[in-house]
Design a protein around this ligand. Sequence first.
Ligand SMILES: Cc1cc2nc3c(=O)[nH]c(=O)nc-3n(C[C@H](O)[C@H](O)[C@H](O)COP(=O)(O)OP(=O)(O)OC[C@H]3O[C@@H](n4cnc5c(N)ncnc54)[C@H](O)[C@@H]3O)c2cc1C
Length: 296
Amino acid sequence: MYDAIVIGAGPAGLQAALTLGRMHRSTLLLDSGEYRNGTVLHMHNVIAADGTPPAEFRATAREQLAAYADVEVREVAAERIAGAIDDFTVLLADGTEVAARRVVLATGVADDLPAVPGLGELWGIRAFSCPFCDGHEHAGKPIAILGEAARTEHLVSLLGRIVGAITVYPVGAPFGEEDRRMLEERGARVSPVPVSEVAGEGAEVRVTAGDESASVAGVFVASVALRQRAPLATELGLRMLPSGAIEIDDFGATSAPGILAAGDLAHRAALPGPMASVLLAAAAGQLAAVGVIRSL
Ligand SMILES: Cc1cc2nc3c(=O)[nH]c(=O)nc-3n(C[C@H](O)[C@H](O)[C@H](O)COP(=O)(O)OP(=O)(O)OC[C@H]3O[C@@H](n4cnc5c(N)ncnc54)[C@H](O)[C@@H]3O)c2cc1C
């Protein structure tokens, strides 16, 4: 019987395991190897690790965790959680079962991209969604923003002061006159024709819309839908928020006693959505670990 099983080894789960290990709480950390920033070459806005490859960040974290005798790591997915506080059983994909008094869900979210041919191949490499993470790298350079008018407005406002020329491409259907004018007033050029394809071209991206095509330094996608990476929250019947994330309190407690959550998959009801970043996920992981220790 572990004190805690932490499911997920991105920044949230890694930090939760570190905090639990340092407090000599027996901890099992599970990792299915599907990270939200799995395709990203360099992460940013992470103090002391700005520009570091996420894979290097995770490898360093694993090396450091290896120094803690109370933390065990297994490369296997959790398939089902049964039981109740003080006596949870987690069924693993290798057919074994493990037991713990508390469970921390840190399984993250997955990004569902709009159906634009070529976008999936560029995701995290030349196509992004977060201006805080990838805007500065496009300073002064031309970019394309893809998505619905209301959501592209937000990106135009944030990126407008950083990048060079912005062209907004509708996805699916052209924008109405009012939306087009609103985006143009904010300094963007608006393609009258929806995007039909994006493709890497050396260090640039060729964006095609009907018969026209243009080269840009990068693409930002406004209409990305987030979904829970693992079905565990739904299967447990946890209280969810309109954003699709798990509702948690300040110490990561969910609506099920003994089940905590940390990282992109969860947030407090006061926030509009998950504050998705490496540092905030790690901070949430630490808070959830403190929540585990308090409740134990
Ligand atoms: C393209 C892109 C670029 C980004 N760039 C930046 C950046 O530059 N700077 C920044 O701060 N943030 C960036 N982010 C955001 C950042 O990646 C996330 O906020 C962060 O990874 C969230 O951490 P997490 O621990 O919640 O989830 P994740 O990092 O997604 O980790 C989830 C973990 O859960 C595991 N898992 C899932 N299901 C199971 C299961 N059933 N059993 C066992 N394990 C499971 C996965 O294998 C993984 O280990 C970027 C995101 C994207 C999409």
